[in-house]
Ligand binder design. Structure first.
Ligand code: FES
Ligand code: FES
Length: 161
């Protein structure tokens, strides 16, 4: 089945089994390898990316449902060529990753989370982002998210604060 959609602001057309999970289309058909396979059951969050601005678990999302929609992966998270997204910047500043495998999914979940949470508590971050890290990086993730929220607020136009 031919499916047209947008990936990281570029129009894409693929001809694949409509039931193929979006994760495999992104990784194997488009060569965007940041998004990872973990559990394959929508449980761990390693495969998180954005679909029309929402964070979804792409291992369990048939590609047929992305027709004419916008997908964003970690490769497309930068605000522009010169500016990292606040989540990318604070992940560096806090040295968040250990093995790194879960991190793209966490970053995409966190990028969505900070859009709608202006002063999250640790508990709100834990309940809002249910991804799993086996290396135990969650304490640094929480610090990085709090710093990213502060960056977002400091760069927002005053009339939006
Ligand atoms: S690989 Fe998709 S949620 Fe685990
Ligand atoms: S950094 Fe290794 S699984 Fe999260």
């Amino acid at each position: 089945m031919k499916i047209d959609f947008i990936v990281n602001d570029k129009p894409i057309s693929v001809d694949v089994d409509p039931d193929m999970p979006l994760l495999w289309v992104v990784r194997d058909e488009l060569g965007l390898k940041a998004t990872k396979y973990g559990c394959g059951k929508a449980l761990c969050g390693a495969c998180t990316l954005h679909l029309d601005g929402d964070a979804i678990r792409s291992c369990s999302f048939p590609v047929q449902y992305v027709a004419n929609k916008k997908v964003r992966t970690l490769e497309g998270l930068c605000l522009n060529k010169e500016t990292l997204h606040p989540i990318q910047q604070t992940w560096i500043d806090e040295n968040v990753p250990q093995c790194g495998y879960c991190q793209p999914g966490f970053m995409m979940a966190a990028a969505k989370f900070i859009e709608t949470n202006d002063n999250p508590t640790e508990e709100e971050i834990k309940s809002g982002i249910t991804n799993i890290c086996r290396c135990g990086t969650q304490p640094r993730i929480i610090k990085a998210i709090k710093r990213a929220v502060a960056i977002k607020q400091s760069t927002q136009p005053k009339d939006k604060l």
